[in-house]
Design a protein around this ligand. Structure first.
Ligand code: SF4
Length: 235
């Protein structure tokens, strides 16, 4: 059973989008995250592959550089949109409204595809409050509601971006080239190959934004996934 969390306009461009919760009966088998339930954010009117190839994925991905050039080229996002996202899209009219208690005590990954900063922040806050733990990321940290910093990591693609995000008070998740070093205050993602895959997200939980006490740990991972050769314009 999968559930509908939101159906309405994108906070980026007001295009029709929806957010779905999956993995309740059968949690994700993703070896990096562990068995977490997942939230997907997709266009409601066009399949995700069409959205990627026409640039209309901006409604759910914003200005994330990993999207590529808006035609499907130069894409470095690790998500293969014709797989799981397309499956969620195809079955979107069978989704049941999510009962509030569905989140209680669960481990939930925000934005298995798309990002939750395009849906109202109070929905994300409520899920975070009810869940046992959540992880999530946003590339929209320069422009989005700063309230999201309590639930999401600022995705950064360079040291300069991370410095700007820190000035704005975000916890950061930086993708780097393998030869780059860690900066002060950063730790390697323990689920990464370069850190020896010591943990999964479900047992780590660092990527939950700035904590209520104002503290945070910034995370780094080497670029990975199918499109990694396009990262930073390298082809
Ligand atoms: S730092 Fe922890 S929560 Fe974040 S991606 Fe890595 S394993 Fe997952």
């Amino acid at each position: 059973m999968s559930y509908l969390i939101y159906r309405g306009p994108s906070l980026i461009d007001r295009a029709p989008i929806f957010a779905a919760l999956t993995g309740i009966e059968i949690p994700s088998s993703n070896p990096k995250t562990g068995p977490m339930a997942q939230i997907w954010v997709l266009r409601d009117d066009i399949p995700p592959i069409e959205a990627v190839h026409t640039g209309q994925d901006v409604s759910v991905c914003g200005d994330c550089k990993l999207r590529g050039d808006g035609t499907g080229k130069q894409r470095s996002c690790y998500v293969q949109v014709w797989q799981a996202p397309n499956n969620v899209f195809k079955h979107r009219h069978k989704l049941k409204p999510a009962p509030p208690k569905i989140y209680d005590g669960r481990a939930i990954r925000f934005g298995a595809y798309g990002e939750v900063s395009v849906i109202p922040v109070h929905l994300v806050a409520d899920i975070h409050r009810r869940a046992k733990m959540t992880t999530g990321y946003t590339h929209q940290w320069k422009t989005t509601d700063p309230e999201f910093k309590h639930y999401l990591m600022a995705s950064c693609d360079s040291v300069e971006e991370r410095e700007l995000a820190k000035e704005k008070g975000w916890a950061t998740f930086r993708i780097k080239q393998p030869h780059e070093f860690l900066e002060a205050g950063e730790v390697l993602c323990p689920a990464s190959k370069e850190a020896g895959m010591k943990k999964q997200c479900i047992t780590c939980g660092l990527c939950a934004g700035v904590r209520p006490n104002g503290k945070s740990i910034d995370v780094v991972i080497n670029v990975h996934g199918a499109g990694q050769r396009h990262f930073g314009g390298v082809t």
